[in-house]
Design a protein. Structure first.
Length: 85
């Protein structure tokens, strides 16, 4: 499981970090991103991202709706606390 955010642009720019683009992350949380201009790092991270995508699976609305009721109820209950997480 990786929670890192990764942005690769034009085979040279890398932005890597923990920041979410939401008000809480931008104003309250201690988040950090690093910006690097490096074709070599961009290429290595592009390969890494491709390897992660290769073993990933798509989550569809059908998948979500077919989850057991207990799982849906648990997730709904946890959602109540999401502003504090």
């Amino acid at each position: 499981f990786a929670h890192t955010k990764l942005l690769l642009v034009d085979d040279i720019y890398v932005c890597l970090g923990s920041t979410n683009l939401d008000p809480r992350s931008l104003s309250l949380n201690f988040e950090l991103n690093v910006e690097v201009f490096s074709p070599e790092l961009n290429a290595r991270l592009h390969e890494f991202a491709a390897s992660v995508l290769a073993v990933s699976h798509e989550v569809t609305l059908e998948n979500l709706l077919s989850r057991p009721l207990a799982v849906r109820l648990r997730n709904a209950a946890a959602w109540i606390f999401s502003p504090y997480l």
